[in-house]
Design a protein around this ligand. Structure first.
Ligand code: PBG
Length: 334
């Protein structure tokens, strides 16, 4: 009923907002520490603990600086980490990606020995390992026509996934956006007897400017061109559902939408249509924006960060990969 001007409204939604207890009672979505996944950058070498300037509070760290971080994450009861590697050497194929002595396999073994209950997710991509910075191997065409060669990349992604799973990774998360990567990785894992390793697929991953700070963190900026021939066009929503359906058919166990904040509609659409556990990645640029505004005194960091996370949860993501994981865990426990 619409109330006429001057009379008392009959619909009074404010009645259930009056006190904190009432607001807690009617709250539809809650964020829990169980929802959080913390990304970590593992550098080859020793005694490296290098701040990432565009991501205050985050570091590239070598193995000898990992234990303290693991203990903190465990103390905060954060259930999972997502690992990225910064290898000692890069080449055209990205062969350090499947080197069992590389930074990520070593970190996996170290974490599983120290904190077996902490779930370790290994990102599976070649861009941190290739000298050209692309997510797969290149065609050897005319330089003007160079592209990432889809099918030869699949085998390499499979090798990398097996390497991480054999090192003890609990979950592998392919992020290269190659067609057929989930099937190729599933086959490679199964052939190696790794039947129980789930695949968290970066199913709808957009070619986003919000990845800027990450490329400093992971030293993975493409040396030429960009990723628009394999990552998705930010203008497309229906295409995301097609990407997700393909990954589900290929055996994905968990799905991911990335980035998160500018893609809440995509999270919601995937949530409504697919019943696999859903993750969203609040990426480096989303974190950097809040950090920068907070540093200027323009935004309240805690409130803005928690609001951004609850929005992602409300949209339908159960798991949230976020550089705010530790802060959010502290804020939530108060
Ligand atoms: C690897 C990968 C990227 C991110 C996660 N995995 C970079 C990219 O695709 O360029 C970005 C994460 C972030 O920005 O926090 N392909």
């Amino acid at each position: 009923m619409v109330d006429t001007v001057g009379t008392s409204p009959t619909e009074r939604p404010r009645r259930t907002r009056r006190t904190d207890a009432l607001r807690r009672m009617v709250r539809e979505t809650t964020l829990q520490v169980d929802d959080l996944i913390a990304p970590l950058f593992i550098a080859a070498g020793e005694n490296i603990w290098r701040p990432i300037s565009s991501m205050p509070g985050h570091y590239q760290r070598s193995l000898d600086h990992l234990d303290r971080e693991i203990d903190e994450l465990r103390e905060l009861n954060i259930p999972a980490v997502l690992l990225f590697g910064i290898p000692a050497t890069k080449d055209a194929l990205g062969s350090s990606a499947w080197d069992s002595a590389g930074p990520v396999p070593q970190a996996i073994r170290r974490i599983k020995a120290r904190a077996p209950e902490l779930m370790v997710i290994a990102d599976v991509c070649l861009c941190e390992y290739t000298d050209h910075g692309h997510c797969g191997v290149l065609t050897d065409d005319d330089p003007a026509l160079i592209t990432v060669d889809n099918d030869p990349t699949l085998e390499l992604l499979g090798r990398a996934a097996v390497t991480y799973a054999e090192a003890g990774a609990d979950i592998v998360a392919p992020s290269a956006m190659m067609d057929g990567q989930v099937a190729a990785i599933r086959t490679a894992l199964d052939d190696a007897g790794l039947f129980d390793t789930p695949i968290m697929s970066y199913a709808a991953k957009y070619a986003s400017a919000f990845y800027g700070p990450f490329r400093e963190a992971a030293e993975s900026t493409p040396q030429f061109g960009d990723r628009r021939a394999y990552q998705m066009d930010p203008a497309n929503a229906r295409e995301a559902l097609r990407e997700v359906a393909i990954d589900v058919a290929q055996g994905a166990d968990m799905l991911m939408v990335k980035p998160a904040g500018a893609y809440l509609d995509i999270i919601r659409a995937v949530y409504e249509r697919f019943d696999l556990p859903l993750a969203a990645y609040q990426v480096s640029g989303e974190y950097a924006m809040i950090k920068a505004a907070a540093a200027n005194g323009w935004l309240d960091e805690q409130r803005t960060a928690l609001e951004s996370l609850i929005a992602i949860k409300r949209a339908g993501a159960k798991m949230i990969i976020t550089y705010y994981a530790k802060d959010a865990a502290r804020w939530l426990s108060r």
